[in-house]
Design a protein. Structure first.
Length: 132
């Protein structure tokens, strides 16, 4: 199963998810360097890569950790919703009203990373796509 990891690029949540979930290919757009060896800080490089990876994913796992830096995450959730991809949203800021919009575009909403991992673990164990 291909899982696209959407959310803040500046904390270690992706490494935690990848280390605790087996049987998935994690798509992590900023992980692959561009031709200059940087982490893809140029939107001309990372946006097309994000779209390609998101389109190829079976589902999206998203973590929102704070009020700032979420415009790209919102775009990723919107694309996933438009393409009919399931979204597991981990909203660590449930009191921020504007994130309710993102919750509506998500298939499953969790309020802790551990809860999100539990849902993802369940899907990867029981999903026919996980065995393909």
């Amino acid at each position: 199963m291909k899982v696209y990891l959407a959310g803040n690029m500046h904390t270690g949540w992706r490494e935690k998810v990848a280390s605790q979930i087996n049987g998935c290919e994690f798509l992590w757009p900023h992980k692959a360097p561009n031709e200059n060896g940087s982490d893809g800080g140029n939107p001309d490089v990372y946006f097309p890569r994000d779209v390609v990876l998101l389109r190829s994913a079976n589902l999206v796992f998203c973590v929102i950790e704070n009020e700032g830096r979420n415009i790209g995450t919102a775009a990723e959730i919107g694309m996933a919703y438009a393409w009919g991809k399931p979204v597991i949203l981990v909203n660590l800021c449930p009191d921020i009203h504007s994130f309710k919009f993102l919750e509506k575009a998500s298939t499953t909403v969790c309020y802790s990373l551990e809860e999100g991992l539990e849902v993802l673990r369940f899907l990867t164990i029981t999903s026919p796509a996980a065995k393909a």
